[in-house]
Design a protein. Sequence first.
Length: 226
Amino acid sequence: MGGLGGCAPTTSVAFPDSHPAHPDAAAAPFVATPTLTAFDAARSSTSPDAPEADTLFALAPEGEAALRAALTAYLTVAERLAADQADLLAALAGSFAAALDALADTEVVDRPHAWHERVEAFATLRSQAEALAAAPDLGAARSAFGELSRSFADLVAATGAPAGVALTRFVCGLAAAPSGGVWLQADATPRNPYFGSAMLMCHRSMAPVPGSAGVPEATGHDEGQP
């Protein structure tokens, strides 16, 4: 287990083989995939690391607000799982899905068909949110979160973090493919949602998420006025 930060177990916890953070699972392969946006790369890359994006989607203010709402629900789910708590997850998953729907109804500046071209990716995320809401126990919730988290983290890599939110993308390193054990946090101190208190700080890598290229709201002054 050398080379993985914080990965010495503090308690004896048994995870099923299907769990996205099973300790005996093989690490996901690493594939570098050049792309126009990170969200596009997610559909073809098997690496849990953030794909490099040449451009960020510029969200209108309503799109940034919807992304912020989805992120708030997502981060709360991650914190609950890191605390070994499975309550409230269904309601949070519902809030996440509603915010995602709101985001899909907004426009990307200078890319009017950006979300229309990604209908399938949004449908996958919604399905993953439904699976999280239906999870019967903590292990199943962590498995469902692993799938959703990878998809959502790649979406956020393409949009950038909302203004004023400093996000860090972590990769667990012990999680099985396809999710790879990816999660986002609003700070840089790892709290692993896949192992919780057993290996709270376990991670293989971490990287900051770039800030949003969103368009600021109109200031309201008349043209030509300072």
